[in-house]
Write a protein that binds this ligand. Structure first.
Ligand SMILES: [Zn+2]
Ligand SMILES: [Zn+2]
Length: 133
């Protein structure tokens, strides 16, 4: 399956020629700030299957694991399109909201401790208080 994703203005986009390996709903404060939304949803692809088009600016933070998390955003419109976790080298995580194609629903929920009271995910999903082990 081929997936495309782009920023709001279209200057930064990517194509993934693979099915996602994982779809994760994350309630952490960093994802809340990155998206401006109640939670972020990340779609994990193998790095080798992803071709990025356009310039991006990068910003890194240290995740609770102690590893770097580098977000790439469009220098024109500021959309955070994808990020590269040092924890998972060889992978790209793409912001679900930027995808033009449908992917499966999240299969896990992380950072449940920061989840807003009114947010509900299906109960059958594994929930982790912090990052998944
Ligand atoms: Zn843009
Ligand atoms: Zn997060």
């Amino acid at each position: 399956m081929r997936h495309r994703a782009s920023c709001q203005c279209g200057a930064l986009s990517l194509e993934a020629v693979s099915d996602p390996e994982l779809v994760i709903a994350c309630n952490c404060r960093a994802c809340q700030r990155r998206t401006g939304a109640a939670f972020g949803v990340g779609v994990l692809f193998p790095r080798s299957a992803v071709r990025i088009e356009g310039d991006s600016r990068a910003w890194s933070r240290v995740a609770e694991s102690g590893r770097q998390m580098t977000s790439h955003f469009c220098p024109v419109c500021g959309t955070s399109l994808f990020w590269l976790p040092e924890m998972r080298p060889g992978h790209v995580i793409v912001a679900l909201g930027c995808l033009e194609t449908e992917v499966a629903a999240p299969s896990r929920v992380i950072w449940a401790e920061a989840q807003h009271d009114w947010v509900r995910f299906p109960e059958h999903l594994p929930h982790y208080e912090k990052a998944a082990p």
